[in-house]
Design a protein around this ligand. Structure first.
Ligand code: AMP
Ligand code: ZN
Length: 465
């Protein structure tokens, strides 16, 4: 079955044609490890997880590389400001290497909690200094860079086209608010590929230009080339990478290798909070740990991500993730019920579900639609092991760890105190067989936005959407 993916490079949905059908080569921009990754970051890694799993579902082998930015990532993408790693180190009284190690470990643990299918190679920027220096030298030799008192700058005017991904106009645009004016730069959009370190800078290496360190964009060009070669299939990141990081990565790779490194550039849209940007200064950044403290499992957050296509913005609300937690609990129950079912299901029915699911995931990773097929199967009245097996197959793409459903305890949803009180009153009414009162209380609870269901296991409560 054909695979269609959206390519930011051509601004269109295209049929995916691998360079080598034996192995698809993917590069993903990894995290900057100076603090805990937030749930917005993880939306992008959940997208990459689905992408990997979709290709595997289609029978492909993958060679997938991700970097860890553990050096020289300055405060803004535009290479201005203070080094985030060193700032965090000062704040926490550690050295930047310790900071990077600590948050890399935390990141990996969170990835595991999300049941993310990990890239084959994860490589730290600091393990690739030699490769980066080599690339800088090549770029200079080929005439694409020049030296200033601050470092080595890439000369964007030497390229046939810049930018290539975004619609930013370079010509006629004054160097102003977005780009720091540096009189030594030939063009405002020139960017540092190698930076001469000030005396007090901690992370620095010997180079032909003295103690210095790499510009942020360089690591992805160098690590990609080292492990995947000059030309590979897919490059991924978040949409914020389009205008600067990926433009500059393409520029450098074209400078060194003469070609755009990847055929397809895929970007995950942002997770918003209350319709706006997630930012530390607004205090609206959440981690997986913070969700867990509110009774939301990481896998429920993953399911929440599936409620929107990766190219659409997704608005985070606590009600939204709580609903996802309830849905996850239900999906696990439905799977377990099917597992115990003895009905036989016609092969044509199974095949039809499989086809619909497969078409959805191959259509630019339409996980929300694929999920609706999963729910159709889950809700089938004929309980059957065949359906359980089908759900397990679908879960190879979703990665919700359905096969271990029994292991997960239901995570309780936070219920307001007044609703709790009514629930207790209703329990007593029911013990007293006062059905009228029980129904009255159920209606009151409903008015407060919660639905009560009486099941064989007792009363179940859930928020009305
Ligand atoms: P960083 O650690 O800042 O380099 O970001 C790691 C990844 O998370 C990058 O691919 C970003 O594009 C992505 N990212 C950052 N913020 C968000 C967000 N709010 N929603 C989705 N992805 C994001
Ligand atoms: Zn990158």
């Amino acid at each position: 079955m054909k695979i269609q993916i959206y390519n930011t490079l051509t601004h269109s949905k295209e049929e995916f044609i691998p360079i080598d059908k034996e192995k698809i080569k993917i590069y993903s921009c990894g995290p900057t490890v100076y603090s805990y990754a937030h749930i917005g970051n993880f939306r992008t890694y959940v997208f990459v997880d689905s992408l990997r799993r979709m290709f595997k579902y289609n029978g492909y082998n993958l060679e997938h590389v991700m970097n860890i930015t553990d050096v020289g990532h300055l405060t803004s993408d535009a290479d201005t400001g203070e080094d985030k790693m060193e700032k965090a180190a000062r704040k926490e009284g550690k050295n930047p290497f310790e900071i990077a190690d600590f948050y890399t470990k935390a990141f990996m643990e969170d990835m595991q909690k999300l049941n993310i299918d990990m890239p084959n190679i994860i490589s730290k920027a600091t393990d690739n200094i030699e490769e980066m220096l080599e690339m800088v030298k090549e770029i200079i030799d080929k005439g694409y860079a020049y030296e200033t008192s601050k470092g080595i700058y890439f000369d964007v005017s030497k390229l046939d086209k810049y930018p290539v991904l975004s619609n930013n106009k370079v010509e006629g645009q004054e160097a102003g608010a977005r780009i720091e004016v540096d009189p030594e730069k030939k063009n405002p959009y020139d960017f540092a590929i190698w930076i001469k370190a000030p005396e007090n800078h901690i992370m620095k290496w010997d180079s032909p230009w003295g103690k210095s360190y790499p510009g942020w964009h360089l690591e992805c060009s160098a690590i990609g080339r080292k492990f995947l070669g000059k030309h590979f299939d897919i490059h991924t990141g978040g949409v914020d990478h389009i205008p600067i990081h990926h433009e500059n990565e393409i520029a450098q790779s074209k400078g060194a290798n003469g070609i755009i490194p990847a055929n397809y550039w895929m970007h995950c849209e942002f997770l918003l909070v209350d319709g706006g940007k997630m930012s530390k200064s607004l205090g609206n950044i959440y981690t997986l740990k913070e969700l867990k403290e509110k009774g939301i499992e990481p896998l429920a957050y993953k399911l929440f991500c599936f409620s929107s296509h990766y190219r659409n913005k997704l608005n985070f609300t606590f009600d939204g993730v709580k609903a996802a937690q309830i849905s996850l609990n239900r999906l696990r129950e439905a799977y377990l019920k099917h597992k115990e079912g003895n009905n036989e299901i016609e092969e044509s029915i199974i095949k039809s579900y499989e086809n619909k699911f497969h078409e959805a995931i191959n259509d630019d990773l339409n996980i929300p639609f694929a999920l609706s097929i999963v729910w159709e199967v889950a809700k089938e009245n004929n309980k059957s092991k065949d359906y359980a097996i089908l759900l397990e197959k679908f879960d190879n793409v979703l990665g919700l760890d359905l096969i271990n459903s029994e292991k997960y305890n239901k995570v309780d949803i936070e219920i307001p105190e007044n609703v709790e009180r009514l629930i207790e009153e209703r329990k007593i009414a029911r013990q007293e067989k006062n059905w009228v009162k029980s129904d009255e209380i159920r209606d009151k609870i409903k008015e407060l936005g919660y639905a009560v269901k009486d099941t064989a296991n007792g009363m179940e409560i859930e928020k009305i959407q």
